[in-house]
Design a protein around this ligand. Structure first.
Ligand code: COA
Ligand code: AMP
Length: 250
């Protein structure tokens, strides 16, 4: 079956506001374009882009997403202290270095002190590998096959659409053999739930950042011998479709 990728984004005065993407069949195309337009068409946007491309290769089909788990802490400092301990165990990176990198995400990791436009990439020596530190890398071309059903199930459990999108993105990331873990805090000043993704789990952590902070970002932790161009190619171009969501730990 022919599949199409739809990518939409909006901005104002060249500042990104919102992005969304879907992978659908030709039959679903028109309806989905309208839905995605609604999603990114925020009141203050002065530019909206919708890009439709036929997939140039067969997507990899994954049976399940990472398994969702939830952890609550009394404040964002305690939550980040847990995150640093856990990420240090997984990656072997020294806690001081992790602490520095995470603080950078919370204060704007781009060289101009703003948020990066994509994720930071860090190897097991704690070295940053992005080809451009303003941009980082963006994971795209991933979706759930039965997106609406899964969204409904997640909403019924008290999760948000944001969880669904982030779960898709991190499931694609962690499927890559070179990515060991991911750390994420939103750049939305009011959204303080973040997550760590590992090879098995998507761990939602509340609160992972301080309320009111509009800085955020992602860190992809990779193996030392990662070929960086191959990694960009996988994250940006390889289509992935996920069948089901893993809820077994809830
Ligand atoms: N943050 C900041 N700027 C962004 C951005 C983001 N998330 N996405 C796009 N931009 C801006 C950048 O200026 C970018 O230029 P750059 O490549 O030099 O950084 C410019 O838009 C063009 O980006 P491009 O990647 O060509 O956009 P696109 O039209 O292919 O759309 C999106 C990509 C917006 C769909 C993608 O970035 C995105 O946000 N996807 C949603 C992720 C998601 O939720 N996936 C789960 C699906 S279930
Ligand atoms: P969000 O979860 O949308 O609030 O995004 C938080 C941060 O993650 C952004 O500020 C970017 O630095 C980064 N980011 C956004 N979209 C992507 C993506 N598709 N892939 C990797 N990083 C992203």
């Amino acid at each position: 079956m022919e599949l199409f990728s739809i990518k939409a984004r909006s901005s104002r005065e060249d500042i990104h506001i919102s992005g969304a993407e879907r992978i659908v069949s030709i039959k679903e195309l028109e309806k989905t374009v309208l839905n995605i337009l609604k999603k990114v068409n925020r009141e203050n946007a002065d530019f909206i882009s919708i890009k439709i491309e036929k997939l140039d290769r067969k997507p990899i089909i994954l049976k399940k997403s990472l398994c969702i788990k939830e952890l609550k802490f009394s404040n964002f400092r305690e939550a980040n202290s847990f995150a640093i301990d856990y990420l240090s165990e997984i990656t072997g990176i020294k806690k001081e270095r992790l602490s520095y990198l995470i603080a950078l995400i919370h204060s704007g990791a781009s060289p101009n002190g703003e948020n990066m436009r994509g994720a930071m990439i860090v190897n097991q020596r704690g070295e940053r590998l992005e080809l451009d530190r303003y941009r980082g890398v963006r994971t795209t071309t991933v979706d759930f096959i039965y997106r609406e059903d899964i969204l409904k199930r997640l909403l019924d459990l008290g999760f948000t659409e944001r969880t669904l999108d982030a779960l898709a993105l991190s499931t694609k990331n962690l499927y890559n053999e070179n990515i060991l873990a991911e750390y994420c805090v939103s750049d939305d000043r009011d959204y303080i739930t973040g997550y760590i993704a590992t090879k098995e789990e998507y761990i939602r952590i509340f609160p992972l950042k301080e309320k009111g902070n509009r800085k955020g970002g992602r860190i992809y932790f990779v193996k030392n011998d990662t070929d960086i161009n191959e990694l960009y190619n996988y994250l940006e171009n390889y289509p992935i479709l996920i069948k089901d969501v893993c809820l077994k730990k809830i």
